[in-house]
Design a protein around this ligand. Structure first.
Ligand code: IDP
Ligand code: MG
Length: 149
């Protein structure tokens, strides 16, 4: 089963949207296998966004991510990486489709509420970066037969 790393950023937590985000992944049918509220270290934030280290927004992005707690999660399900990105919406919330998390709740790119892994390989790296193996729990949802044929 595929897994993806989802993080509710400081703006999502501060704006009281944790339940809203979890609810959207739950009602889609995905399975939560790990979750923690945490203060992010500068080292972790820099590693997580390492691919953007030469971009002009990198320093501000890192400051933002470490400024207030985030909720880190791992979700599981068929095609959850791509589908998670669809639920989240385009990077810039002003042009994210209505019905997506960013489209419904965000305005500017630097406060776009949520992170989701962009590929299966990235997801595996990010899950390893953010979670210890024993912080993830595999379990069989009792409604699985009603979600998958
Ligand atoms: P993604 O989160 O949709 O994958 P990326 O291009 O990987 O988007 O950028 C990572 C994060 O960096 C974005 O979610 C956003 O918070 C921030 N970011 C990207 N581009 C800009 C920008 O032009 N100004 C400010 N922040 C940006
Ligand atoms: Mg990205």
């Amino acid at each position: 089963m595929e897994r993806t790393f989802i993080m509710i950023k400081p703006d999502g937590v501060q704006r009281g949207l944790v339940g809203e985000v979890i609810s959207r992944f739950e009602r889609k049918g995905f399975t939560l296998v790990g979750m923690k509220l945490m203060a992010v270290s500068r080292e972790l934030a820099e590693k997580h966004y390492g691919v953007h280290k030469d971009k002009p927004f990198f320093a501000g992005l890192v400051e933002f991510i470490i400024s207030s707690p985030v909720v880190a999660m791992v979700w599981e399900g068929d095609s959850v990486v791509a589908s998670g990105r669809t639920l989240i919406g385009a990077t810039n919330p002003i042009s994210s489709a209505p019905g997506t998390i960013r489209g419904d709740f965000g305005i500017t790119i630097g406060r776009n509420l949520i992170h989701g892994s962009d590929a299966i390989e990235t997801a595996q790296q990010e899950i390893k970066l953010w979670f210890q193996e024993d912080e993830l729990t595999s379990w069989e949802p009792s409604n699985k037969g009603w979600l998958y044929e």
